[in-house]
Write a protein of this length. Structure first.
Length: 559
């Protein structure tokens, strides 16, 4: 955030601005709409005495946080011997690297192979389509070949689920079809978790040879979760198509480029929902492994009519940002070993500040380890002419609202659950019930664990105060004290979000209990809690003002 206070390097922000990440986040093309957004923005506070004080606080506190995280995890820490064996040989300045996270290690170790595959895919597609072969036809054939190479004969398990879902989507009674799709779809998560290791030879004797080739990715069930979202998207788009667009709407908009919502509701002929298009979409190679998620209707539309937002300048800039993020991750993993510390639970004797930094930097690494693959696969799709939603549009630390945090975290997935779960269950008219269903599905979709289910329910519980407070305080939004009241509420929100995510993804029960115990039973803990809350107050005020700065440029992102 240092660029906020230094006009000499403000151009850095322009390069990393939201608009650079996703054309969906640009200011409206309509001058009137842009002017309305600018009009809603308040006067700039960057040069006021208040924000100059905040700048000084940032210059002191942020380096101190990095220093504390390093001290809590580096070789100078007394607990280092407990996690040293988990570390690997690195390539930066003779340092060890914390490559202990299995999920990111799989991606990191296979970056060269993914790069070769991406180049080969794009080159072959350009060659084949130059002979008049349609994009969707190529995606269908290449997707099936890639599926076999990625998962070996386990691809038959995925194809079986895909066939069952396709058949359920053709049940004549629409409501019954939708119910069966959801029952079977969620059921596959439990089936795969329980029976993924069942061998083909156990099902049919004599198929031992099929068990020997498991492809490049043995854990097919992990990546099937993303496939499930596409299976449901295709079938639900098919079942809803008659309700979304009539023929007159189609004819009047054929010559215009549609926005994202219009593409999702775009009128497709019944013949477009064919088995070959189904396979092409579900196994579309650039997005197959981990997304971002694109609805079927949007995929078909873009395959036939590439968006004007895709150009080599924007794609090249996105690629440079991707490389920057990858190098940043490498630097963190070489100097801050908090993932290894968490795995070894090696925080004995650490202060509350150190434990909190172990947790906070763990969360930042989780954010980066998801952001980097998603951006690589989105970059691949952009090079292929398909523009998917950007999954991470704000730094994890640049969030103060629980509701808005989930809109910006795994954004394409959030859009998916809003379209296919939240809205059909009543949306804002039944917000609590719909939110409970959404986060229950999100927890089960991530993994079949009670810990994650509790995490999902905690998130819904933490959403309630913000929802209630927002409605109560809205009439006072123009009062001078409103900004400070919101900051107070935001501090509570951030503490709740951090505690829920530290429990679910970083420290677990033991680490979180230790942190809370030290915070509220020791003098150092009380001091840490008070100073941390003051720092959060400052950070929130900067977040507020930065969103106002976006409005002053005509950009209004609701997260």
């Amino acid at each position: 955030m240092f660029f906020i206070f230094n006009p000499m390097i403000s151009s850095i922000y322009n390069f990393f601005a939201l608009e650079s990440l996703d054309a969906r986040l640009c200011a409206p093309a309509n001058p009137k709409k842009k002017a309305e957004i600018i009009k809603r923005a308040g006067p700039s506070r960057w040069k006021t005495l208040e924000f100059k004080f905040y700048a000084v606080a940032f210059l002191i506190v942020v380096p101190l946080m990095v220093k504390t995280a390093m001290e809590a995890s580096n070789e100078t820490n007394p607990n280092y011997y407990r996690y040293e064996r988990i570390l690997s040989d690195g390539w930066l300045f003779g340092r060890k690297v914390d490559n202990s996270d299995s999920q990111y290690r799989f991606f990191r170790d296979n970056i060269p192979m993914l790069t070769v595959l991406m180049v080969a895919h794009l080159a072959l597609k350009n060659l084949v389509t130059s002979f008049g072969i349609e994009n969707i036809t190529f995606d269908f054939v290449f997707g099936l070949v890639f599926l076999f190479g990625a998962h070996g004969f386990n691809c038959l398990r995925i194809l079986f689920h895909a066939a069952v879902m396709y058949a359920l989507g053709r049940v004549p009674i629409k409501k019954l079809s939708i119910a069966l799709l959801w029952i079977y779809g969620i059921g596959t998560l439990f089936l795969n978790d329980r029976y993924r290791q069942v061998r083909f030879s156990q099902i049919v004797p004599g198929l031992e040879s099929m068990d020997s080739f498991k492809g490049l990715i043995e854990r097919w069930d992990v990546f099937f979760n993303f496939t499930l979202l596409r299976l449901l998207s295709f079938n639900l788009d098919y079942l809803w198509r008659e309700q979304k667009k009539d023929k007159e709407t189609k004819e009047t908009k054929e010559s215009q480029e549609l926005n994202e919502r219009e593409r999702q509701n775009y009128y497709l002929e019944a013949s477009d929902y064919s088995l070959s298009n189904y396979m092409a979409y579900v196994f579309y190679t650039p997005l197959f492994i981990a997304g971002p998620i694109l609805t079927f209707n949007d995929y078909i539309y873009q395959s036939r009519k590439p968006l004007s937002s895709i150009n080599w300048q924007r794609t090249a800039k996105y690629g440079v940002i991707l490389v920057y993020c990858m190098l940043l991750m490498e630097f963190i993993l070489h100097y801050i070993y908090v993932v290894a510390v968490s795995k070894a639970k090696a925080w004995d004797g650490d202060t509350p500040f150190q434990i909190s930094m172990i947790g906070l930097f763990n969360l930042n690494i989780i954010w980066l380890k998801l952001l980097i693959p998603w951006r690589l696969f989105r970059f691949w799709a952009l090079c292929d002419g398909i523009d998917t939603p950007e999954n991470m549009i704000r730094c994890m630390d640049n969030n103060y609202s629980t509701v808005q945090f989930w809109r910006a975290w795994h954004r394409s997935y959030n859009k998916w659950v809003v379209r296919y779960v939240y809205v059909p269950l009543g949306g804002s008219q039944s917000r609590i019930l719909a939110s409970l269903a959404v986060f229950t599905f999100v927890a089960v979709w991530h993994d079949i664990e009670l810990r994650l289910l509790i995490w999902g329910w905690l998130v819904v519980l933490f959403l309630l105060p913000e929802m209630i407070a927002t409605q109560f305080a809205k009439p006072y939004e123009h009062e001078w004290w409103f900004r400070h009241l919101c900051a107070f509420g935001a501090i509570i929100n951030i503490w709740m979000m951090m505690l829920a995510n530290l429990f679910g993804f970083c420290l677990g029960k033991d680490g979180l209990v230790l942190l809370l115990k030290d915070m509220f039973t020791t003098l150092d803990g009380y001091v840490f809690f008070i100073l941390s809350s003051v720092c959060l107050w400052i950070a929130v005020q900067v977040m507020f003002e930065w969103r106002e700065e976006e409005k002053r440029r005509g950009v209004d992102v609701k997260c």
